[in-house]
Design a protein around this ligand. Structure first.
Ligand code: NAP
Length: 246
């Protein structure tokens, strides 16, 4: 585990960190097969890397964890990343395992025996509503897998307040699935809103422009690689009384 950051953690301040889940899922919410991804989509992987890294200027990365985004994952997702690619570079990697996981050879990596202890280590110094053009944004990303997504999306209130969803249009055989956080769709489909179980909270699908504003870069909405079509979406958790754009 790396040296402690000088920034106050959420357990010290009591503030709730903003966490974004990032996930690629088929239309039937399939996300994994045999412990890995069901597809190989290099362009989508680049999008994941760009978004989660946050384009932090190199000189800032020399400071311990400062201005570095965090990726939070379950032990099985950690193990699914080829050894040469882990830890995910230029990001603070948090791995959750009740049994413990060997991270002794992995810099910028911390393991936690519970989700709560991992979340307590997060800094609230996040910019939940906008991308920072200065590159100083620190964001927290939940990157899987199925078990952790489920825990975070079904908590009341949910532990994530934003979902970056890559909707894979083509069908794939899967044995790991994403909890369908949009399943309580409101009767009005025109506003792309879905009501969650967490009373008073609404999952609202952002426009593509809102997604790009949050990302801080432009990206095509519909993409195709190797005959596989997919679409970048952003869903934001709003209180039901909040009618403003995310
Ligand atoms: N399509 C995508 O975007 C995407 C993204 C990520 C992953 N995936 C896929 O998802 C699949 C893996 O998902 P998964 O559900 O099997 O595994 P997972 O969520 O990655 O990891 C599960 C493990 O994490 C630990 N864990 C989870 N919650 C915990 C808690 N509250 N407290 C303590 N430990 C906790 C446990 O480890 P211990 O058993 O060690 O206690 C548990 O066995 C793979 O196929 C992967 O490729 C897909």
């Amino acid at each position: 585990m790396s040296a402690a950051s000088t920034t106050a953690t959420t357990s010290e301040t009591g503030a709730k960190p903003s966490i974004t889940a990032i996930v690629a899922a088929t239309q039937s919410n399939g996300i994994g097969l045999n412990g890995g991804l069901p597809w190989r989509l290099p362009g989508e992987m680049k999008y994941f890397a760009r978004v989660t890294t946050g384009e932090v200027p190199a000189e800032q990365l020399e400071n311990e964890n400062t201005n570095t985004n965090t990726v939070i994952m379950g032990r099985k997702t950690w193990e699914s990343i080829p050894a040469r690619f882990r830890p995910l570079k230029n990001r603070r990697n948090l791995v959750i395992s009740s049994k413990g996981v060997d991270i002794s050879q992995s810099p910028n990596t911390e393991s936690y025996s519970s989700l709560e202890s991992a979340l307590d280590s997060l800094s609230p110094a996040d910019h939940p509503d906008s991308a920072s053009s200065s590159g100083k944004t620190r964001r927290n990303f939940l990157i899987g897998g199925s078990q952790l997504y489920k825990t975070c999306l079904t908590s009341t209130p949910p532990l994530v307040d934003r979902v970056l969803l890559t909707r894979v249009i083509s069908d794939f055989q899967c044995d790991a699935f994403l909890e369908d956080f949009t399943k309580h769709t409101s009767t009005s489909t025109s506003d792309h809103s879905s009501k969650s179980d967490a009373g008073g909270l609404i999952w609202k699908k952002a426009t593509h422009e809102e997604l790009q504003d949050w990302l801080g870069f432009t990206v095509d909405e519909i993409n195709e690689e190797k005959g596989v079509e997919y679409r970048y979406e952003m869903w934001v958790l709003n209180t039901s009384t909040d009618t403003h754009s995310p």
